[in-house]
Ligand binder design. Structure first.
Ligand SMILES: [Zn+2]
Length: 92
């Protein structure tokens, strides 16, 4: 996991596999990182949803970081499923 500090939050991204067969996943990786750091997806314009006060307090009580989320459009290649498929395809 790679950590990208951004103010009081940290963005965690999986490392790029060294043996990607295609540059396409690298492009998506950069877009996903940009979406996570800037809070807006460059493909589908999804916006980051920050945890509310209750979620932050509950996470703090558990000693865990509160998680943000981003709901991408189903067709978005930067979303979880598109990103995962691109990485798998790029490794073959
Ligand atoms: Zn998106």
């Amino acid at each position: 996991m790679e950590s990208w500090p951004a103010g009081r939050i940290a963005v965690l991204m999986p490392p790029v596999p060294d043996h990607l067969a295609s540059p396409h996943p690298l492009d998506l990786y950069e877009k996903r990182l940009r979406a996570n750091l800037e809070g807006v997806c460059p493909e589908c314009a999804a916006v980051v949803q920050l945890p509310n006060r209750h979620e932050r307090r509950r996470a703090k009580a558990r000693g865990e970081p509160a998680n943000a989320s981003m709901e991408h459009e189903s067709w978005c290649p930067v979303g979880d499923e598109g990103f995962r498929q691109a990485i798998i395809t790029g490794m073959n």
